[in-house]
Structures are given as structure tokens and as C-alpha cells.
Write a protein that binds this ligand. Structure first.
Ligand SMILES: *Cc1c(COP(=O)(O)O)cnc(C)c1O
Length: 407
């Protein structure tokens, strides 16, 4: 009985007087309980710690505890052991030191901008940047006095000529969304650093696995965990990872002011998917390259925009800097096919579903109207983007073949 009781006394109750004396009704007993499970439980999954309120043992602890740099727990918004664990693991995968997760990939982009930019500043974005990041740039320019200018993603060291005294941040994306150009990230970083400008990279396509952003000079890495880290088309989440402590402090303040807390059940789902991420990534990569090679032989297709193919602008940068690919690529149809025909192709697919996002087990296909999306776009044929899932690639090829016949 003695041992039994000892186990049930929580450390908190040595500091705070027991509430049991006040529990005279069922109602209070329904709210308060002193039960503490026995210590010593160990298992592979991290516990799912839900909290808005975080408890302090006394007022002095409440007054002295600091949320910054994860020195203590103060409020659920700033994280619990569950989200701290995910953040530590993401930083490790990416080769960074500090990480904060956000409610979506787009929220991670917003947090970087709030941490690095203020009115009067200038930000440079690649012309092939993730669409909502482009829209965000236009919004900041229109309503917040921050100039957002777009550069040719293949500019490389030439970015130096675009840097102004008020330029604070350069975004890069490797490869760029939809059109897949692979930029010369080290050249952009070198030119930026010579003028004291930070480089933020949207590294979502590589999942932090196929491109070592920090080793290539990047200051801030952003990930949409919604894609490969989730891997199941069910969770929206983002992450920002850095090595520099001062930069981390700015990001933490932005994270706090923006109120970017995340749900711990969602964090758990990402943690659950991490162990299989590399295996999934490699399977997506192998299948996508197989399908892309097959498409390359087809008379309907004029170009395969996959970084591992010579058709893709920046292919040499990919060969030099990357260790893999993933499941996302685009093709340009021969210009004799109209939009109506390529839409019919997409509509005729059975295993490939129509929908945004990518990185999950299900294959997806989306046609894009590139003219309205780029400042410079000279391809004449229709562009269609494929996300190759985890189905049998032979079945996927058969599906594409029958849909091509419907055009
Ligand atoms: C999906 C995506 C994002 C945004 O992620 P969400 O979680 O959907 O907001 C950002 N960048 C790239 C390259 C993406 O593909």
C-alpha cells in the first residue's frame, strides 16, 4: 500500500497543497484529479501533449518563465513537448539548428516575411515561385509598403544587379513550382551575402532529403510539411529552419505575434510519417522518372520538365547539387494539341485524380494556364503537371496511355 501511494503522488503536489480537501462534490471531482500514472513508461511514439493553458507550480515560476528559445513551457501557442520534438527532428533532417512549425506551408512563408521585412524594404522573388507566395508579394507591395520584384529563376550570379540598398530578402525555390526550373542556389546565395542580403529557400520539393540547403549557402529553409512529411494528403503544416541564433530570435517573435500555434494531433501525424519518408520519397522518385521517360518517347509530348531531364532548365544545377528527385514533374504537350484536348486527357485519367497539393500516396494531375502565371513564358504547348503517387507505375502508364488516346 505504501509503494502504491508513493507512485500516485505527483511532484507538483509537494509544491501546491493537495486539492483533495476541497473536493466535496462529484462536480469538482469531475474537473480535478490527483491521479498520476506511474513513471517509467517508455514507447517509440512521442506523447500527444495538448494544451492551451500550461500550469506553473507557483507565481514565482509563472513570472520568471520565458517562452523564448524554448527555455520553458508557458502557453500552448508556443509549443508542447510534442511540437518541440517534431521541430528538433526537422532541424536535424535539414542540417539546421532551430525550427518552428506553422499551421501551413504558406504560414511558414508569411512568418519568414514578417521576421525579415518591414515597410520600405524590398524582396526579390523568382518568377516561378509558389503561386500564393507570389500573391503574398503583390499584397505586401499594395498594402504594406514592401516592394516585391520578380526575377528570372535562371539568373544565377546576375541577381547581384537586382539587389538594391533596401533589399533585405531573396526567395528561391528549387525547382520552381509547376515549370520546374532549377536555380543556381550557391550563386544566388554568394551574390546575396556579398551585399548582406538573406536567402530563404522553399525546399519543399526535396523534403529536406535531396538538397542540403544550408551546405549550399541558404540562410532560411522553409518546408511545406503538407507534402512529403505528411505523405497522406491529410495534414496542413509548415516549418522554418535556420542555423543562426539571431535570425531564430526574429522568427520566434514573428511566430508569437502571428499566433501560429499548431494542433498536436496534426503534429503527431507528421511524426508518425517521418520514419517512412525517405523510402516513400525514393519510391516516388523511381516511379516518376520511369513515367517521365515513358512520356518522353510519346509523340504527344514535346518536353519533360523534370530536373533529371535535359529538357528542364537548370538540369546541370540539379546534377551538381541534388541527390534525388521525388514524384513531381510537368510535361509540355506538342503545340498541335489545344487546351480542350489536354483537358480531355486529364479528365480521362482514372488513377490520376485532379487536385492541388502533392506528396501523398495518390497520383494527381493538374493542367496549368502558364501565360497568366509568369512574367515570361514562351512555351507554345499546354503544360500538365503530374504528382506520381505510390501506385504500380505500370498501372499508371496504362492509365496515361488510355487517356492520351482520348485526346
Ligand atoms: C504546397 C506548397 C506550399 C504551401 O504549403 P501549404 O501547406 O499548402 O500552405 C509552399 N511551397 C510549395 C513549393 C508547395 O508546393
Amino acid at each position: 500500500m505504501k509503494a502504491f501511494r508513493r507512485i500516485f503522488i505527483a511532484p507538483n503536489f509537494f509544491l501546491r497543497s493537495s486539492v483533495s480537501a476541497q473536493k466535496n462534490s462529484h462536480q469538482t471531482a469531475l474537473v480535478h484529479s490527483e491521479y498520476q500514472p506511474p513513471a517509467g513508461f517508455e514507447a517509440f511514439p512521442v506523447g500527444i501533449h495538448h494544451a492551451s493553458t500550461v500550469l506553473f507550480p507557483n507565481v514565482a515560476a509563472m513570472r520568471s518563465r520565458d517562452w523564448r528559445e524554448k527555455l520553458g513551457y508557458t502557453y500552448g501557442l508556443h509549443g508542447t513537448p510534442t511540437s518541440f520534438t517534431l521541430e528538433a527532428r526537422l532541424a536535424e533532417i535539414e542540417g539546421g539548428t532551430y525550427c518552428r512549425v506553422t499551421p501551413s506551408g504558406l504560414a511558414a512563408i508569411v512568418m519568414v516575411n514578417f521576421a525579415c521585412l518591414k515597410s520600405g524594404d524590398d524582396v526579390l522573388l523568382p518568377d516561378n515561385v509558389y503561386g500564393p507566395n507570389r500573391e503574398l508579394g503583390a499584397w505586401m507591395q499594395r498594402d504594406f509598403g514592401i516592394a516585391a520584384r520578380f526575377y528570372d529563376p535562371m539568373i544565377g550570379a546576375g541577381i547581384a544587379e537586382l539587389i538594391q540598398p533596401n533589399t533585405r530578402l531573396i526567395w528561391a525555390e528549387a525547382p520552381g513550382s509547376v515549370s520546374m526550373e532549377v536555380p543556381d542556389v550557391p550563386a544566388i546565395c554568394k551574390a546575396a551575402h556579398e551585399k548582406g542580403v538573406l536567402v530563404a529557400l522553399d525546399n519543399t520539393w526535396s523534403a529536406g532529403l535531396a538538397f542540403s540547403a544550408f551546405e549550399h549557402g541558404v540562410d532560411i529553409v522553409m518546408q511545406a510539411l503538407t507534402k512529403y512529411q505528411s505523405g497522406a494528403s491529410d495534414v496542413l503544416m509548415g516549418a522554418v529552419i535556420v542555423r543562426d541564433q539571431a535570425l531564430n530570435q526574429k522568427l520566434e517573435v514573428a511566430h508569437m505575434h502571428l499566433g501560429f500555434g499548431v494542433g498536436m494531433d496534426d503534429v503527431y501525424l507528421i511524426l508518425r510519417s517521418l520514419p517512412s519518408m525517405k523510402l516513400r520519397f525514393e519510391a516516388h522518385d523511381a516511379a516518376a522518372r520511369k513515367l517521365a521517360h515513358w512520356l518522353k518517347q510519346r509523340p504527344e509530348i514535346s518536353k519533360v520538365l523534370h530536373p533529371a531531364f535535359e529538357d528542364c532548365p537548370g538540369h546541370a544545377h540539379w546534377t551538381r547539387d541534388f541527390t534525388g528527385a521525388g514524384g513531381l514533374f510537368s510535361v509540355i504537350f506538342n503545340e498541335r494539341f489545344t487546351e480542350e484536348q489536354t483537358d480531355r486527357f486529364v479528365d480521362s485519367l482514372k488513377l490520376f485524380k485532379i487536385g492541388y497539393s502533392w506528396g501523398g500516396a495518390h497520383s494527381l494531375c493538374v493542367p496549368y494556364r502558364m501565360k497568366g502565371m509568369r512574367e515570361n513564358w514562351s512555351e507554345l504547348g499546354q503544360l500538365v503537371r503530374f504528382n506520381v503517387g505510390l501506385e504500380s507505375v505500370e498501372d499508371l502508364m496504362r492509365d496515361v496511355e488510355q487517356a492520351l488516346a482520348q485526346m
